[in-house]
Ligand binder design. Structure first.
Ligand code: 0A1
Ligand code: ZN
Length: 862
């Protein structure tokens, strides 16, 4: 018999998509009463429940770490039992009012799910299953209710009381308390419930919607943070206008509130009429926020706002449909970012982040379809696959249907399903019904995991050319046999002599395992420009002729394809070096030189185009992965480029001096180009690089310039780096968002000594295991820094494993996010591979792991 102490942990029950059943009971209305205090909050809930269909099953109300203090049915003592954490109430009638009472301790809620305390505030996070930590409820997205919420609290400590919808009554109580009642007229699932209580100041502004209604916008923060809210407010107004113009979607309540909190598990949350944000996606000033931070704020503000329609008005039937709202909303925020910035640069960045986050996921042990078939802990499925690959699926439908038909499909979807909880299938059907397109094969994108691979070969003959295409979809956990997908590929042929596009670009729909496409109108030898704009999330390998990729890298008219050709060119020569060949940079040097010299390209594009593929990107292309070999080859490459192009880089660096007071695309692009050129200058000549970086750091008036200087110094190391770190800390001590940067700059420095710094930072008084931003800025940044993390002695893995276990005791959702970097162990060379696996085994052996971490670790070891 197994001893309970030595038995392996039991992996908890899987939830399966095919087991979905409509709810037994509906809750058309709920009244909630909160007597709020940080140490003890009393919650009384009155649920109007209705039997759904003919059955005699009891009412089952989810709970999590709460106990019922009272359960009443229509005012009388109820017949109830507990089934684990679930409250089971026997009901004889078809409708009843069920009242429950529970007590919560928000200040001891370190999981940051449910009602918790953050920096003197009380706030909630309910997606996905946090509402059950507040009160007993059928906590599933297909149960929609009208909410009436009463909050009372000490007026001095919590002068502001906010909830979803509109305020309807307020008043003062006895002993210095006050109260407010809010009502949300729109039925919503419990995951969209929110309240906030605290001492907050507001930046408010009116917005007039397209039909002429006036909406009061409010961004609520600590008084001292008010000056840092203007960019978020501007972004909100731009998003509201853009959604009216692009999707015909108008805001629907009299108020729209946003609250910024310091302790938050994700980026932000789209609660109806009361978005709650991680403060890093609201607060910005040029001194403290980089250009990338500004852009991220605009994107996240837009994303949460867009959810008002794609998520709140039309929501998900069950959590397997998460991409219904997330994929679509990411696609919408990407459209917004492209519209307010440079579409080409946005697209390149989207693809870079897909490749950094989603491709590795799709190729590893945690791979899952955009619409998963099962899960153990739903929090683990807020992934790059559901979000970013999900957005690519919507984009492919947009490409296949064209913009007008796509818009008609989106209009039909919103009209048909307003107020409903629906599925990914409903979305695709609306697209089909509005356009007449047949998306039967396309649906495989929702059910098949893995990144498809496409092989392309252009065969030229006297009369024209034939493009031969073949696709394969790799096996992924639980899915061995794949069917061919429908892959939309934007393709152009480019004349070898003329450099011009020969005939118009074509959209090829590859639907079989193999297919050949004829081009008749080709009058000269041609080069192949394929998957332009990254029209499909696939890995393309094209057979290249001599000189082809070099030519495309400096001449392709499609900006994404041009960027891609640069990457392909550099990857080709880097891979040769990684596999032990000579460091051959001639072609890259010429392409970078011509890119820098171009008058037609904007600086942001130049910065992206001259950046080498990252070590993580290169790791995806080799087997097995030896991070030290990748680092050495890439560094040698950087040194050679920096030396060969010293003058060009200096000129580009000097020519890209930006107006520090401007946040327009030009200034942001110039700062970016300075950062890219500075990095290469420092590689070629560390002394000169240090001198420039030092000066840039001392003179910096923007966080972008300061950060770029520090990254250059961090790569070189030495006194200049230590001095900059000290100066940075002294200047920004006490400003948590900037101190996060200070942590992550050190944790991601690509040097062997980084682990020592990480170990010291873990003991720094500013390190705090309970704050997810701080934990991510140390553990997340370190684990994402391939060379520093993947030490041959395995100490990086041991450190991370220990950190995962420590964080898991405080905040399982945050801890589970750090498992993936260890989970790719099968891809690494034997010494590292074994050490990574051992680190996972050690986590697995810990008693009382959370479901979150257990799911990720057990899947990674399988
Ligand atoms: N729906 C949010 C993401 C989100 C998910 C879970 C959370 O719980 C901790 C928080 C936020 C979005 O897409 O922005
Ligand atoms: Zn979202």
């Amino acid at each position: 018999m197994l001893d309970a102490r030595t038995a392996p942990p039991v992996v908890p029950q899987e939830i399966r998509r095919e087991d979905y059943r409509a709810p037994d009971w509906l809750v058309p209305a709920i009244e909630l009463d909160f007597d709020l205090a940080a140490e003890k909050t009393l919650v009384t809930a009155r649920l109007s429940v209705e039997r759904n269909g003919e059955h005699d099953r009891p009412l089952r109300l989810d709970g999590d770490e709460i106990v019922p203090l009272a359960v009443l049915v229509d005012g009388a003592e109820a017949r109830w039992t507990m089934d684990g954490a679930t409250l089971v109430v026997e009901l004889s009638e078809n409708a009843a009012v069920v009242e429950t009472r529970v007590a919560l301790a928000p200040d001891r809620n370190s999981k940051l799910m449910g009602l918790y305390a953050s920096g003197g505030l009380l706030c909630t996070q309910c997606e996905a299953e946090g509402f059950r930590r507040i009160t007993f409820f059928p906590d599933r997205p297909d149960v929609l209710s009208r909410y009436r919420v009463r909050m009372s609290a000490d007026k001095a400590r919590f002068p502001v009381l906010l909830a979803n919808g509109n305020p309807v009554e307020t008043g003062d109580g006895e002993d210095g308390s006050h109260w407010a009642v809010w009502e949300d007229p729109f039925p919503k699932p419990s995951y969209l419930f929110a309240l906030v209580a605290g001492d907050l100041a507001v930046n408010s502004d009116p917005f007039t919607t397209m039909s002429g209604r006036s909406v009061e916008l409010g961004i609520w923060v600590r008084e001292g943070d008010l000056p840092r809210t203007d960019h978020a407010m501007e972004s909100l107004k731009q998003s509201m206008r853009w959604d009216e113009e692009t999707y015909g979607r108008e805001y629907d309540l009299d108020r729209f509130n946003i609250v910024a909190v310091d302790d938050f598990n994700f980026g932000a949350m789209e609660n109806k009429g009361l978005n709650i944000f991680n403060s890093r996606y609201i607060l910005a000033a040029p001194e403290t926020a980089s250009d990338a931070d500004y852009d991220a704020i605009a994107t996240v503000v837009a994303h949460e706002y867009f959810h008002n329609w794609s998520g709140d008005r039309v929501t998900c039937r069950d959590w397997f449909q998460l991409s219904l709202k997330e994929g679509f909303t990411v696609f919408r925020d990407q459209g917004f970012s492209a519209a307010i910035g440079s579409a080409a640069v946005e697209r390149i960045e989207q693809v870079k982040s897909l490749r950094a986050g989603q491709f590795p996921e799709d190729a590893g042990p945690l791979a899952h379809p955009v619409r998963p078939d099962s899960y153990i802990e739903i929090s683990n499925f807020y992934t790059a696959t559901v979000y970013n690959k999900g957005a690519e699926l919507i984009r492919m439908m947009h490409t296949i249907l064209g913009p007008e038909a796509f818009r008609a499909g989106s209009d039909l979807y919103f009209e048909r399903h307003d107020g409903q909880a629906v599925t990914c299938e409903d979305f695709v059907r609306a697209m089909e019904d509005a356009s007449g397109a047949d998306l039967r094969q396309f649906r495989l994108w929702y059910s098949q995991a893995g990144t498809p691979r496409v092989l392309a070969r252009l065969e030229q003959d006297g009369a024209g050319a034939t493009l031969h295409l073949a696709q394969t979809v790799p096996a992924t956990p639980g899915q061995t046999d794949k069917k061919p997908m429908l892959i939309p590929l934007r393709v152009a042929l480019i004349g070898e002599r003329s450099g011009a596009e020969l005939a118009t670009e074509r959209l090829i729909l590859l639907d079989g395992e193999q297919s050949s496409v004829r081009f008749d109108d080709v009058g000269e030898p041609a080069f192949l420009s394929i998957n332009r704009g990254f029209s499909a999330p696939v890995i393309v390998t094209a057979e290249r002729r001599a000189g082809e990729i070099e030519a495309l890298a400096v001449s392709d008219q499609d900006p994404f394809a041009r960027f891609e050709a640069m990457q392909e060119l550099m990857s080709r020569d880097l891979l040769a070096a990684i596999y032990g060949g000579a460091v051959e940079t001639g072609a890259t040097v010429a392409a970078i030189r011509s890119t820098l010299a171009s008058n037609a390209l904007d600086p942001a594009f130049k910065a992206l185009a001259i950046s080498l593929p990252t070590e993580a990107e290169l790791a995806e292309k080799v087997d097995p992965v030896d991070p030290a070999a990748i680092h050495a080859a890439r560094e040698a490459f950087r040194v050679a480029i920096g030396e060969a192009l010293a003058d060009d880089l200096e000129a580009a660096y000097a020519g890209a001096a930006a107006d520090p007071d401007s946040l327009d695309s030009l200034a942001k692009g110039q700062r970016r180009l300075r950062a890219a050129t500075l990095g290469l200058i420092a590689a070629g000549n560390p002394e000169r690089g240090t001198e420039l970086a030092r000066r840039q750091f001392a003179e910096a008036r923007t966080m972008s310039d300061r950060q770029a200087a520090m990254m250059a110094l961090g790569t070189v190391g030495g006194d200049a780096w230590d001095e900059a770190l000290d100066a940075f800390y002294r200047r920004f001590a006490g400003d948590p968002l900037v101190i996060d940067k200070w942590f992550s700059l050190q944790a991601s420095a690509p040097r062997a000594e980084t682990l020592d710094a990480v170990e010291a930072l873990e003991k720094h008084p500013d390190f705090n295991l309970a704050n997810p931003n701080r934990v991510r800025s140390l553990a997340g940044a370190y684990a994402m820094s391939p060379f520093a993390f993947h030490r041959a002695d395995g100490r990086g893995y041991d450190w991370l494993a220990r950190m995962i276990v420590a964080v898991d005791r405080v905040n399982p959702q945050t801890a589970a996010r750090f498992v993936a970097p260890l989970g790719r162990w099968k891809r690494y060379e034997p010494v590292r591979s074994e050490k990574m696996r051992a680190a996972l085994e050690r986590i697995m052996a810990e008693p009382s792991l959370s479901k979150d971490v257990l799911e990720q670790v057990s899947k990674s070891l399988a």
